[in-house]
Design a binder for this molecule. Sequence first.
Ligand SMILES: NC(=O)c1ccc[n+]([C@@H]2O[C@H](COP(=O)([O-])OP(=O)(O)OC[C@H]3O[C@@H](n4cnc5c(N)ncnc54)[C@H](OP(=O)(O)O)[C@@H]3O)[C@@H](O)[C@H]2O)c1
Length: 271
Amino acid sequence: MPISDSSFKSAAVTGGTGAIGKAISRQLASNGYSVTLFSRDEKKSQKSVKDIVSATGNEQVDYQLVDLSRLVSIQDLRCRWSGRLDILINNAGITPKERKETPEGIELQFATNVLGYFWMIQEFKDLLIEFSPSRIINVASYWAGGLDLNDLEFEQRPYSNGAAYRQSKQADRMLTVAFADRLKQDNVMVNACHPGDVNSTLSNNLGFGGHQTPDQGAETPVWLATSPAVKNVTGQYFERKQQVHCPYGDDKQKVESLFQICSQYADEADI
Ligand SMILES: NC(=O)c1ccc[n+]([C@@H]2O[C@H](COP(=O)([O-])OP(=O)(O)OC[C@H]3O[C@@H](n4cnc5c(N)ncnc54)[C@H](OP(=O)(O)O)[C@@H]3O)[C@@H](O)[C@H]2O)c1
């Protein structure tokens, strides 16, 4: 594996077994992309691939197992990956009601929702540069805020899954700006979006239902990944396929501080 026939443009979707990720993957497969779900549960992955192949008739759909909360697992995935990559969609997310940690001792929402995005871009950016023009989409949320650079892991503040989630989505939007600045010269476009309000494990844990279908939630990420209308746009935030000003990108010093802190996690994990 993989998987990618080099004649197909290749897209990877993290959390491709979830509500929105599966719909994103199916829509990309419908559009003729070779799609790989980066997911952690083998049974769910097999079922998702089967469903997408049968719905689209596109046989170029597969999965790779990875725990996106752990750098070591992402690095292992990168070693296994050969072939092209044109689109990376960071979409996986988690909202545990209790504070949990990874085996490395990192708070789980920060590890999955923020460092998972950061590490995926760091590990796969060489390929995205090689196959540029290419695109990275960070699935974030309009529900974002409360980021505390001094307490990213909720060690000093009381943990609530809503507060940790809002912080993580603010961080995703800030890191979009940081990576866009770094990758623009290599023709890798990096944008963030709110997908939509969709009924899912993630939203249910936060106490929300969701009034949009997974397919509606997938529309903006897929459009950002594929539309010629945004081929030269980078570092921006979108809702309903519309660019929306994101205040979290304005404070460049804070954006850079977050980027440096995330980089240090990689350094520490490598030691
Ligand atoms: N739903 C909404 O209303 C809404 C609103 C705004 C933004 N969003 C954003 O949309 C994205 C997708 O959310 P969703 O609603 O589709 O959630 P979901 O249905 O709960 O899907 C989350 C996906 O992430 C995967 N995942 C979680 N931790 C992982 C890990 N450590 N390694 C690998 N995969 C992991 C899950 O895998 P398992 O199935 O194995 O757990 C699942 O495939 C998230 O980034 C979320 O912040 C959603």
